[in-house]
Ligand binder design. Structure first.
Ligand SMILES: *Cc1c(COP(=O)(O)O)cnc(C)c1O
Length: 393
């Protein structure tokens, strides 16, 4: 084939892939752009020199720029430097990594914990590591994308059950003749804010000898006085339960963990590819995460304040014609008929100095705006949000 021919095809492919397909996204209101801050994360953020009240972040306790955490991180930076140089198994870890894992295990009441570089890396690494081709995974239909991708990387068969539908789950579990059965769920669903029925899931798994895998990304630091979803339901961290969680949301830092029995954790550290083949987190990040756990333990009022502010929104939500019982956590979605509606509401709020992002397909099936309340908001911030929403809706 002459070179000119190849160039022509390449050009066409580039055009189709990167221009025309994007034009379709734009037409549907699904084309995304990044909006970067010029300020730290927090209840108030600056974009292009203008300050907005921020209801977009998962920094539920306002820890991302907390002075003690910054100080502890700075100290680790000065002691251990910027980069960690290699994966944990190749000497990239330092004593702070180990100290964080001990802290997490105590915090979660498990034998052992292991730090991962992100929640995404944890789910895509752990799920394939603890399953094989004889197994069946049962996954809630609204589980986070990182769980879905972890399931894709697993050799196990994946059966998706209807959102929180225990009857459907049990039916699927009865039909599937499996080696091992693993039930996977978000504890708090990230885009809907509802809580998984962990008590039912616990009983079903116990009865059927299944493993229960909980993604506590939005439960850690929020539910159960900050200790997470199992504490919220007063459930024990049994050896057949695998809990992952993140440091990147309520803990205001970055990275993730898995907590469970020593045997399970040792297996994961030997087999999870996202752990083995990725450079260890820098010490300054690890130090911040450990500081966050200590702050939560020593300041129980912080989590209480988060819930008090969430309650303030719930009270106001009635004025907006919202069903208050549908709001279970500081994650509050307001679904809209169309993508354009979600964009319009978000744009109008932004115009009035309030940042509430719209969430569109493919992130969710049904478009919405997604509000997150944090302990760092003032009661006035929340009143203002309700007032503006009342105008717009
Ligand atoms: C955010 C999130 C993750 C990913 O965590 P990162 O640390 O941001 O990679 C995983 N699971 C759920 C439920 C999440 O909301």
């Amino acid at each position: 084939m002459p070179a000119s021919m190849l160039w022509y095809n390449m050009n066409e492919w580039m055009n189709d892939m990167f221009f025309e397909k994007r034009a379709v996204l734009k037409e549907k209101g699904l084309h995304r752009e990044i909006r970067d801050r010029t300020s730290p994360q927090g209840p108030r953020v600056r974009f292009n020199g203008k300050v907005y009240i921020n209801f977009s972040s998962n920094d539920y306790l306002g820890l991302s720029n907390q002075p003690d955490m910054v100080m502890r991180s700075e100290k680790a930076l000065n002691t251990f430097g910027c980069g960690s140089g290699a994966s944990r198994l190749l000497g990239g870890g330092c004593t702070l990594h180990m100290a964080l894992e001990e802290k997490v295990a105590r915090f979660k009441g498990t034998e052992r914990a292991l730090v991962f570089n992100s929640g995404y890396a944890a789910n895509t690494g752990i799920i394939p590591a603890i399953t094989n081709e004889k197994d069946v995974i049962f996954s809630d239909e609204l589980n986070h994308a990182s769980i879905i991708d972890g399931c894709r990387l697993s050799k196990a068969r994946v059966l998706v059950y209807r959102h929180k539908d225990m009857v459907h789950l049990e039916n699927l579990m009865r039909e599937a003749s499996a080696g091992k059965k693993i039930v996977i769920t978000d504890s708090v669903f990230s885009m809907d804010g509802d809580i998984a029925p962990l008590d039912d899931l616990f009983n079903i798994c116990k009865k059927t000898n299944a493993i229960l895998y909980i993604d506590d990304a939005h439960g850690t630091g929020v539910l159960g006085n900050g200790r997470g979803a199992l504490s919220h339901f007063q459930l024990e961290p049994e050896p057949w339960i695998v809990q992952m969680g993140t440091f990147s949301k309520a803990l205001g830092s970055f990275g993730a963990f898995v907590a469970g029995s020593s045997d399970v954790i040792a297996w994961i550290l030997n087999t999870a590819r996202s752990f083995i083949f990725s450079t260890a987190l820098p010490a300054c990040v690890v130090a911040a995460s450990r500081a966050a756990l200590e702050i939560i333990e020593n300041n129980p009022d912080m989590v209480k304040s988060l819930w008090a502010k969430t309650d303030t929104f719930i009270k106001g939500a009635e004025k907006l014609g919202m069903n208050r019982t549908a709001i279970e956590t500081p994650i509050i979605p307001i679904k809209t008929a169309t993508v354009e509606d979600a964009l319009r509401i978000s744009r109008k709020l932004f115009h009035h100095g309030i940042f509430v992002p719209s969430i569109r397909p493919p992130t969710v099936k049904e478009p919405r705006i997604r509000i997150t309340i944090t302990a760092a908001h003032t009661y006035n911030d929340i009143e203002k949000l309700i007032m503006e929403l009342r105008e717009i809706l």
